[in-house]
Ligand binder design. Sequence first.
Ligand SMILES: NC(=O)c1ccc[n+]([C@@H]2O[C@H](COP(=O)([O-])OP(=O)(O)OC[C@H]3O[C@@H](n4cnc5c(N)ncnc54)[C@H](O)[C@@H]3O)[C@@H](O)[C@H]2O)c1
Length: 421
Amino acid sequence: MKKTVSVIGLGNRGTEYMGFLKAFHGSKVAIRAVCDVRRQALDDIAPKYAVPEELRFLSPEAFFAAGVLSDALIVATQDDSHYAIAKQAILTGYKLILLEKPVSGVREEYLELRDLAEAHGALLIVCHVLRYSNYYRKIKALIDSGTIGDIVSINHTENVGYFHFAHSFVRGNWRDEHTSTPSILAKCCHDLDLISWFADSPCLSVSSVGALSFFKEENAPAGAAKRCTGGCAAKKTCPYDAERLYIKDPFYKAKFIKYMKRTLTGKAKNNRRDVRAAIDTGDYGRCVFFCDNNVCDTQLVTMTFENGAAAVLQMNAFSDKMFRECHIVGTKGELIGCGTKLTLRVFGGKHVKVHTFSPNVGGHVEGDIRLIARFVKILCGETDDLSGVTTIGATVVSHDLALAAERSRKNGGKPVFLNAE
Ligand SMILES: NC(=O)c1ccc[n+]([C@@H]2O[C@H](COP(=O)([O-])OP(=O)(O)OC[C@H]3O[C@@H](n4cnc5c(N)ncnc54)[C@H](O)[C@@H]3O)[C@@H](O)[C@H]2O)c1
């Protein structure tokens, strides 16, 4: 008999995961119930998975009132609801829960979820998808094998992409740290998770500088209008022009643009008219210099670890493409990762090895697909090996680092000592 999964939050992430379940694991797993606060989302998605009307819920309250409906649950709602929904899921009796990141911007809340999961025997996995990608697993394996010796430093950059940053962190869902979380948590909990996974040692201190440097009124070009379709004099040369981004997009952004269009229209299937209407009247047609955004577009975080390693993370809104770079220096060699290409150099020899990985099939260097594959294996009882699984316990570290970075940044870059708390 097939194992069953329910999904709360039928937006970009929730439906992406559902698509993978159906396409790659459909013989073993079926979608049983769905929940979203938008009727449109239920109507668009539920029929594709043959979810009957009585198992389509318009609120988490109604969903949980029905008791445990499936063997596992995916929570892919927006950031501010993760804690409450995950908590209710554990209390209702779900034993396997896949929760989108970030868990919460409040330390007490993610610690409570960790403790609750343990007390109730629930496996709460957080979607730190990058850890499942072969590319990052290769880096981890090379470090663990001792090939580059002891880690001395990690220099990691998250190049968010100018169009992605404008869409998500200036005009969109993650623009306000009060309704979402600071960008160093919302965007870079993945990167902090990777860095601490690679360093494999408790972090001792964190310091950070950064700011919302560009996307604010004082940087608006002469003649800029409040909306891109409102007679803006700078339209022709502005890379953030909404019509340019959402309608005349260049090819290499195609996959991301698909997500962006779903977000701005609120429709899984949308046409040019929907997109135009959204640009004319909605949040995503606002000038990037006249939005109600407050999250950093640039931030640097430095960390020291108990084993002597040091790390620097740079979050950067201003790149033409979305990609991560990493330079890991060890006592015997170095690893240089860029996008999907990984170069290993061992000192004192001719040992240079280049690994290339498939580009973003399914997103995050295949991390999304592979997370779901691992989730299904656990769900179907095909493995009880939880090594490398991003449980809520493992997630605490990345969230602690992000909150410490934000504290330091707001305190002029003064170091925060983690073990002194
Ligand atoms: N793991 C990753 O790499 C990754 C990447 C992008 C986004 N995310 C995270 O995934 C989550 C979802 O992002 P998204 O882009 O799919 O967002 P989205 O806005 O496209 O989807 C969220 C869906 O949840 C629904 N929703 C909101 N509140 C709800 C509630 N209380 N109950 C039920 N449904 C509710 C919305 O109507 C929407 O359909 C976010 O927390 C985001 O930070 C993770």
